[in-house]
Design a protein around this ligand. Structure first.
Ligand code: FAD
Length: 322
């Protein structure tokens, strides 16, 4: 069976990996630009946002992503990551109560009080939730490792048309397969002129990690490959179409203020900037036109992307074989 995949971000790379594991021959067509998955340091944080929501699939997703990291490293890939936990400081009792209500008993966690806080955390937080199973990883390395280990053929180019069994590339050639999975992310949705909820964000790269553990509330500080760090958030007002991400001066000011609220940034130097767009509105399954789709991973690309890709790839193989 030949499976065609449009997009080589975490969704497409993971679909390719699981489809190949299931015995399919896989071809991935990837334009190789504007992948949200190339976020320099992605958090694996099951306790989301400022209300502490935990997705019902988060624990399974977390375990699968870490298992894949171990598998890729065993296969010789270096995937910069840290699995030492994520710290979620909360600003008041009300927020703590909200977080506590949402925590599933199966999720290992510990509430810290100021006496136990890491020295790097800025003063003023009354409580912090430590999630030992969380962490961070290098998005681009993870995707490249998955694609490589899958053995998929990777075609660099842009698909301009597709249906349930074929892809037409911008340069003209047409690829044929038994099934097609569309994983084009935010930029692909924009190229396809779809309406959607696109949200831009920025990571400032830092010359060193401002905190040993990733720390997240509003924005996040996290270690990154090579002993460096990031300060980032997805914070721009959503737009209905994909737009080249920018960093307005007011956003830069906001991000630096959020960073200061999390840790003492004196002495830390900003070395660069990475901006991307993520797409909301999860779709995982076969569409009425017969094209399969995994998109709209929002801010949970690395937490849930591989798990959802395993489901989609399994369904593709099962339903295409019958
Ligand atoms: C600032 C920011 C911070 C984030 N932080 C986190 C985090 O901490 N933790 C987390 O889990 N998630 C995080 N995310 C979200 C995460 O990055 C996304 O959910 C995820 O990367 C989306 O993956 P994807 O594979 O769907 O799309 P993408 O990674 O965008 O990949 C799509 C790929 O498809 C290609 N493509 C599209 N259309 C075509 C076409 N027609 N032909 C050929 N190729 C095509 C593109 O070039 C691209 O390479 C963050 C996102 C942003 C923007």
């Amino acid at each position: 069976m030949r499976v065609l995949v449009v997009g080589g971000g975490v969704a497409g790379a993971a679909v390719a990996y699981f489809a190949a594991q299931g015995g399919a021959q896989v071809t991935v067509v990837d334009a190789g630009i504007h992948a949200a998955s190339h976020v320099p340091s992605a958090l694996l944080n099951p306790v989301r946002g400022q209300s502490g929501q935990v997705d019902g699939r988060a624990l399974e997703g977390l375990a699968l992503t870490w298992a894949l990291v171990r598998e890729l490293e065993a296969a010789g890939w270096s995937i910069p990551h840290g699995q030492e936990g994520v710290l979620r400081p909360v600003p008041d009792e009300r927020t703590r109560a909200k977080f506590a209500r949402n925590l599933p008993p199966a999720l290992p966690h510990r509430w810290l009080t100021p006496g136990d806080f890491p020295a790097s955390l800025s003063p003023g937080w009354p409580h912090a939730l430590l999630i030992p199973a969380g962490g961070w990883l290098d998005g681009a390395a993870f995707c490249a490792g998955l694609l490589d280990v899958s053995g998929a053929e990777v075609v660099r180019g842009r698909a301009v048309a597709w249906d349930a069994h074929s892809i037409t590339l911008e340069e003209g050639p047409r690829l044929q397969g038994d099934a097609l999975v569309w994983c084009g992310g935010a930029v692909g949705s924009g190229w396809a002129s779809e309406a959607g909820t696109h949200r831009a964000g920025t990571l400032l790269t830092l010359d060193r990690p401002a905190t040993a553990l990733p720390v997240s509330f509003g924005a996040y500080l996290a270690p990154r490959a090579g002993g460096t760090g990031v300060l980032g958030a997805t914070f721009e007002v959503p737009t209905p179409t994909w737009q080249e991400p920018t960093l307005p001066a007011a956003s830069l000011r906001w991000l630096l203020n959020r960073g200061d609220a999390l840790a003492d940034l004196r002495g830390v130097r900003v070395t660069g900037r990475w901006s991307g767009i993520r797409l909301s509105g999860l779709v995982a399954g076969r569409q009425p036109d017969g094209v399969w789709r995994l998109s709209g991973l929002s801010s949970k690309g690395f937490l849930l992307g591989p798990l959802l890709a395993r489901h989609v790839a399994g369904d593709v193989l099962r339903e295409t074989a019958t």
